[in-house]
Write a protein that binds this ligand. Structure first.
Ligand code: ZN
Length: 139
């Protein structure tokens, strides 16, 4: 009997996938590594599943924008959205919890609910100033 639960996202699904051959990190995960051509099989039938790493920690803001007219599920008038780079070169996009971000700022990335779509919580990356992240965790 097939256990279909194995195909559901693990935890909140916000993880970096690491190519087992060359070590390049991805978020989101591709089906083929752009660096060395290694294939990824999420079911682990034809190929080994790729290892994952938590996408949490310090990162540098590369660029950002303010989005208005958000789709259904976002309970806000606008969203500050940006692309960051983690140490090691992995780039990822997410929601910035800062009203006046500046390119080059250091943020702290963590997984959080970014949208509720028809009652289902959807996770994504949230970037906060390091001081904000510390006070949010200790509050
Ligand atoms: Zn690779």
């Amino acid at each position: 009997m097939v256990d279909f639960a194995q195909y559901l996202p693990k935890k909140n699904g916000v993880v970096a996938h690491v190519c087992p051959k060359c070590g390049k990190k991805y978020y989101p995960a591709p089906m083929v590594c752009s660096e060395c051509g290694t294939r990824r099989d999420p079911a682990g039938v034809a190929y080994e599943p790729w290892p994952t790493e938590d996408l949490e920690g310090p990162c540098t803001l590369l660029t950002w924008t303010r989005l208005s007219a958000l789709p259904i599920g976002f309970d806000a008038r606008y969203m500050v959205f940006g692309i960051v780079e983690f140490p090691g070169g992995l780039r990822a996009s997410g929601v910035i919890h800062h009203d006046k971000p500046q390119i080059g700022m250091t943020f702290y990335a963590r997984a959080a609910v970014v949208r509720t779509n028809r009652g289902v919580a959807e996770y994504g990356l949230v970037f906060e100033e390091a001081a904000d992240a510390v006070s949010a965790r200790t509050a």
